[in-house]
Design a binder for this molecule. Sequence first.
Ligand code: ADP
Ligand code: MG
Length: 238
Amino acid sequence: MADVRLQAVRKTFGVLDVIKGVDLDIRAGEFVVFVGPSGCGKSTLLRMIAGLEDISEGTLTIGGQTMNDVDPSQRGIAMVFQSYALYPHMTVRENMGFALRFAGMDKQEIARRVQSAARILELEPLLERKPKALSGGQRQRVAIGRAIVRNPKVFLFDEPLSNLDAELRVHMRVEIARLHKELKTTVIYVTHDQVEAMTLADKIVVLRAGQVEQVGAPLDLYDDPVNLFVAGFIGAPR
Ligand code: ADP
Ligand code: MG
């Protein structure tokens, strides 16, 4: 696990100011949830941390190392998206090992990591299946498995459960909490589901129009929102 620090981070797309100076301090092992309305910049922030998007201004450090110009593959992060495209012609085992094989990792080490991820995610009985023979929740677990096998120091999740039905979301929420306990990685998790945020987070970051509105533990935000905007997202107005 590693700490993640953003200092005065900005992002512009042409004339559009999307991230307007964000400072954040995420401790190693912490589970941090980003919430905020659609278009406020949650995905852009994650993509900058992942290295999928350049940082226009400011500094990103992971584990104390400045990452602004470091290749995504060298950042020690893995990202899980909302739309988890699995390779349809590959089995679960092959899907989980593919990126490692592509990176030239030793076959035995790949097999060991896939086995370990499959155990954690309870996917062992499904390893030889193709994606079309899996339920939505099982597919999402495979997508998470693909991230786990890379042994990331930091996990980034961008609304990973929003395509699942309500019952499955609850189940996966419990799974993700268990995963965080077991793997002890730093997690940055985007959602607009209030219950997900309240139950998963050590710390919630409320974003609004490219800025941090409030940061705090779930109950602190719930009991003491700085304004109606935060209250509307997290707690009840007083
Ligand atoms: P969120 O994930 O919170 O819904 P995003 O980070 O996806 O928000 O988007 C934040 C803002 O940045 C939106 O106004 C979006 O239209 C804009 N944006 C995102 N990516 C690009 C891009 N590649 N080019 C131009 N504008 C973008
Ligand atoms: Mg988004």
